[in-house]
Design a protein around this ligand. Structure first.
Ligand SMILES: NC(=O)c1ccc[n+]([C@@H]2O[C@H](COP(=O)([O-])OP(=O)(O)OC[C@H]3O[C@@H](n4cnc5c(N)ncnc54)[C@H](OP(=O)(O)O)[C@@H]3O)[C@@H](O)[C@H]2O)c1
Length: 302
């Protein structure tokens, strides 16, 4: 019987959080393996190994060695601006590598969880559920859409998890937007945060629990994809979020000043409101906490 799970991208923000969640909540003595690419990394009670996912042979060797029951595929080129300006290599990481890994997992009957993004939507409406048509406005979103389709085609039982904006503790090798916000709030300068970008933020530990629910529960296909939205319970602008963060840090919310994303030019165009409707996941037992509550825990542990 297979008794291990594999997390790709354990040196990344979500991968590190998922590995920690799996170790803490481990059942049946499953061994947790995690792969990193350029940043050599170790996590207590996780067997880490290097793996460049653009190398098909290396994928095959790693799967043969680990023989996992399930793969959580979190490794990605996850920065939209970088993807926009590095189209070729980001395509190889976000689409080709995901497809190769999913194909080998399908051939070996290994369960597969793929992490996509709320940025598959154009954000003109918000509150998106799984049955709505995708409409990405940036290359990163387009790559995730292509990967969702190709992974599902090659591995029909693969679960596609669309992740929201996530926050939480981070490893030294990565960060969430939270770390930058905290640094700014603790400086003498104001933090300018967008009032015109809305998301459904979730803590990374809650999102990790959601990924495990996706693995364990039956997810019926919607439009050909076994897709789950893992958004948080509330729609917030980055400005609203930053105010809650200032309060959690016992700082004045007046240090947060309104800014407009629409006035900034970034390499990747941004969707204004990619809030997710995650009722489907909630019905399966996914219970992400409200930002205010989760920030208390995260800030309390700093
Ligand atoms: N963070 C968010 O708020 C957010 C929101 C929506 C969706 N997501 C999705 O959630 C997943 C995790 O994102 P994240 O924020 O945790 O990303 P991250 O912190 O940027 O980490 C990316 C990970 O991918 C690995 N990686 C990159 N290229 C690789 C390659 N060629 N071969 C093997 N591994 C490679 C990196 O390894 P090294 O660092 O060792 O090179 C790192 O471990 C991604 O699918 C992302 O699209 C994230």
């Amino acid at each position: 019987m297979k008794n291990s799970v594999l997390v790709t991208g354990c040196s990344g923000f979500l991968g590190w959080n998922l590995c920690r969640w799996l170790v803490k909540n481990r059942k049946d003595n499953h061994t947790v393996f995690g792969t990193y690419n350029r940043q050599k990394f170790s996590i207590s009670q996780v067997q880490t190994l290097p793996l460049d996912l653009t190398d098909e042979t290396a994928i095959a060797q790693a799967l043969q060695r680990i023989n996992p029951a399930a793969v959580f595929h979190l490794a990605a080129a996850a920065r939209p601006n970088w993807c926009q300006t590095n189209a070729h290599i980001s395509q190889r990481i976000n689409v080709t590598a995901a497809l190769n890994l999913a194909t080998q997992c399908a051939d070996q009957e290994i369960d597969f969880i793929f992490t996509s993004t709320d940025l598959v939507f154009d954000g003109l409406r918000g509150n998106y559920s799984e049955d709505e048509s995708v409409s990405p406005v940036c290359l990163y979103g387009e790559q995730k859409v292509a990967a969702e389709l190709r992974v599902s085609d090659r591995h029909p039982t693969a679960k596609i998890c669309r992740m929201p904006l996530m926050f939480g503790a981070a490893p030294p090798t990565s960060a969430s937007f939270l770390q930058g916000f905290i640094e700014k709030l603790r400086s003498p300068e104001p933090l300018f945060a967008f009032t015109d970008e809305f998301r459904t933020p979730a803590s990374a530990q809650d999102a990790a629990a959601g990924l495990v629910i996706a693995l364990e529960k039956t997810v019926e296909p919607v439009g050909g994809l076994r897709c789950l939205h893992l958004g948080g319970p509330e729609r917030l602008s980055r400005y609203d979020f930053a105010k809650k963060l200032a309060i959690a840090l016992a700082l004045s919310p007046d240090q947060v000043q309104p800014g407009l994303q629409a006035e900034l030019t970034m390499a990747a165009p941004r969707s204004p409101d990619t809030s997710l409707n995650s009722q489907r996941a909630f019905a399966l037992g996914y219970q992400p906490g409200f930002v205010e509550h989760r920030l208390k825990t995260v800030v309390g542990a700093l």
